[in-house]
Design a protein around this ligand. Structure first.
Ligand SMILES: Cc1cc2nc3c(=O)[nH]c(=O)nc-3n(C[C@H](O)[C@H](O)[C@H](O)COP(=O)(O)OP(=O)(O)OC[C@H]3O[C@@H](n4cnc5c(N)ncnc54)[C@H](O)[C@@H]3O)c2cc1C
Ligand SMILES: *[C@@H]1O[C@H](CO)[C@@H](O)[C@H](O)[C@H]1NC(C)=O
Ligand SMILES: *[C@@H]1O[C@H](CO)[C@@H](O)[C@H](O)[C@H]1NC(C)=O
Ligand SMILES: *[C@@H]1O[C@H](CO)[C@@H](O)[C@H](O)[C@H]1NC(C)=O
Ligand SMILES: *[C@@H]1O[C@H](CO)[C@@H](O)[C@H](O)[C@H]1NC(C)=O
Length: 540
């Protein structure tokens, strides 16, 4: 039945495509795009439109290019035109005019894309950058416990305005205040409340999107399939998000936070941590940030040791937290003096600005989109479903010590809690029950970057026997072009698309392809890792 349906899509879509495909053979026309935009919007669109002829182009472009690895990078194209809409109708006009003039678009909200795909391109085809920075209002309703968040808002802005409405309401999203709420939700989005309240995408009630025809659709208008897809299955494949309606959750007026580092007994601590952390009370979030530091106890010529940094929060008192640590994670030897009772916004500041947190910071710092310095990095992710063995951990420490002090950071984020109670298909992000923890691994893009790239790939190889397989899973929000990329135009290889598609979405990738085929049959919304349509997949 399912196959028959797919085949029907295929047939109808091929007919539409064969006429529209021809359009793609024409050349992209930036001048025509600008002319179209000016004639179809009555607003002050000129002041919101930039080409390389405008002196402010570089500032606008680089302001939200959050991974400096892609600024001035060779093999990367920057946009022919940047549009920074201040009204929803202008977003509609950008989509319509881009299609008419054969221009692909990239949409940027927070600009933290790990591969810079929201603002730069590995293709040679000129494109339009749709930068949502001017559409970033956040309106929290403490009575209904909801918030309306425009696409361009950062997590810091979302957290700040929720806190202004209520100190005991929260949105379960991530850390690091300049990350865009939209990009984060589009890939799932985890944070300190994941084990108690699920992912950010689990807490979305409604969304507004501009589709390939330039129509604005809300949840009712787009239907449950598309609404499912944009909550973890990427948004850039399906349209342009204008805003979200978010569910807010309760947090206590006082909670407990901690940041402790341990530079000895690493394996003794980490081996049990892997299986204990996912079954701790749902109120406890504890992540482990692993890096290398100088320590005079080191037995190495370079003086380095592996440092484990445990950071997190407990939605309750310090005494309760301490009792949990004493009984469940005694190896950590956490002291009462290492625990601090704070408000929710203080906890968010601590985790968001970690490890640079200072007591002088105020909630207003959340509104500053330049507050956190961006560092050039290359990163990868993995999901672990059975604990890494003792020799495996020992080998991991040796591996991390191959690069210089602090040049790598690996984070273990335990899952469990309510995440165990949802099936994999609840949202496209599939890593739920059975996942012990996620691994984020990065290397700083400094010094000999060829060597850095080789090293992070060798770390990935090293981890192969210890992490998920068939497919080896990865987090879409930590996108990685090593997993493959679509060509700029034309057919897409089934095998190539499935490699990254199944890594990010596992079996949900099939449903994403079906939805993509329905809502964007011409594959207008296309970049290196957008979900392809059936008709464009070869050897299906
Ligand atoms: C320092 C740092 C900390 C992080 N912490 C966390 C964390 O705690 N938890 C977590 O889950 N993730 C975290 N991430 C990953 C983060 O969720 C992703 O990088 C996310 O994609 C960033 O969203 P953005 O809006 O900033 O990115 P962008 O670069 O603007 O966009 C990312 C993707 O979404 C698309 N997109 C953006 N806006 C729209 C729109 N309006 N409509 C359609 N498509 C759109 C882009 O085209 C691109 O494909 C972190 C990343 C960094 C760099
Ligand atoms: C960019 O330059 C064009 C052409 O000179 C002008 O019309 C437009 O207003 C400029 N854009 C901005 C944002 O200044
Ligand atoms: C990129 O180039 C611009 C202009 O030449 C320069 O000002 C900027 O510092 C460069 N940025 C990086 C990250 O190299
Ligand atoms: C090691 O460092 C600690 C604190 O930094 C210091 O107290 C101690 O004397 C040092 N030991 C040696 C052997 O240098
Ligand atoms: C950078 O590292 C690569 C791979 O390890 C090596 O081949 C190359 O010689 C190095 N380049 C420089 C300038 O050291």
């Amino acid at each position: 039945m399912k196959t028959a349906l797919h085949f029907l899509f295929f047939l109808s879509v091929v007919t539409i495509c064969s006429s529209l495909e021809l359009e793609w053979l024409e050349s992209p026309n930036p001048t025509g795009f600008l002319r179209c935009l000016r004639s179809s919007t009555t607003d002050h669109i000129n002041q919101l439109t930039f080409t390389s002829a405008n002196s402010s182009y570089t500032d606008i472009y680089s302001f939200s290019a959050r991974n400096p690895r892609f600024l001035n990078a060779s093999g990367r194209l920057s946009p022919a035109v940047i549009v920074t809409p201040s009204a929803e109708s202008q977003v509609q006009a950008v989509v319509i005019c881009a299609r008419k003039n054969d221009m692909q678009i990239r949409t940027r909200s927070g600009g933290h894309d790990f591969e810079g795909l929201s603002y730069s391109s590995t293709y040679t085809r000129p494109f339009v950058l749709l930068d949502m920075i001017n559409l970033r209002s956040v309106i929290a309703d403490p009575v209904a416990k909801t918030a309306i968040v425009q696409a361009g808002a950062t997590l810091g802005e979302v957290y700040y305005w929720i806190n202004r409405a209520s100190g005991t309401l929260a949105f379960p999203a991530g850390v690091w205040s300049t990350v865009g709420a939209t990009g984060l939700i589009c890939g799932g989005g985890y944070g300190p409340l994941r084990r108690k309240y699920g992912f950010a995408a689990d807490n979305v009630l409604d969304a507004r999107i501009v589709d390939v025809r330039g129509n604005i659709l809300d949840r009712k208008g787009m239907g449950e399939d598309l609404f499912w897809a944009i909550r973890g299955g990427s948004c850039s494949s399906f349209g342009v998000i204008l805003s979200w309606k978010l569910n807010l959750v309760d947090v206590p007026s006082k909670l407990t936070i901690f940041t402790v580092t341990r530079e000895e007994r690493q394996t003794e601590i980490m081996y049990p941590f892997q299986t204990i952390a996912p079954v701790l009370p749902n109120e406890l979030d504890i992540r482990c940030r692993i890096s290398t530091v100088r320590n005079n106890a080191s037995t190495r010529a370079d003086g380095l040791v592996v440092q484990l940094g445990f950071t997190g929060s407990y939605l309750g008192s310090a005494e309760e937290a301490l009792a949990i640590f004493d009984s469940r994670l005694p190896q950590l030897r956490i002291q009462r003096s290492e625990l601090q009772e704070v408000t929710w916004i203080e906890a968010l500041m601590q985790s968001s600005f970690f490890p640079f947190f200072s007591a002088n910071y105020t909630p207003e710092n959340f509104l500053d989109r330049t507050f956190l310095a961006d560092i050039p990095t290359k990163a990868k992710s993995d999901f672990v479903r059975s604990p890494i063995s003792v020799p495996g951990l020992n080998g991991l420490w040796d591996k991390l010590l191959e690069v210089g002090e602090g040049e790598t950071t690996v984070i273990f984020t335990p899952y469990g809690g309510v995440l165990d109670s949802y099936p994999e298909s609840t949202i496209p992000f599939p890593n739920r029950a059975g996942t012990l923890f996620m691994i984020y691994a990065r290397v700083l893009w400094v010094g000999n970057t060829t060597q850095k790239l080789e090293w992070i790939r060798s770390l990935h190889d090293y981890l192969t026997p210890y992490v998920s397989s068939n497919p080896r899973r990865a987090y879409y929000n930590y996108d990685d072009l090593d997993l493959g990329a679509n060509p700029a135009t034309g057919m897409i290889s089934n095998i190539a698309a499935r490699r990254w598609g199944r890594s990010y979405f596992n079996n949900n990738f099939n449903r994403l392809i079906a939805i993509k085929t329905l809502v964007d049959p011409v594959n207008f919304f296309r970049h290196e890792q957008t979900v392809p349509t059936f008709s464009l997949i070869q050897d299906m």
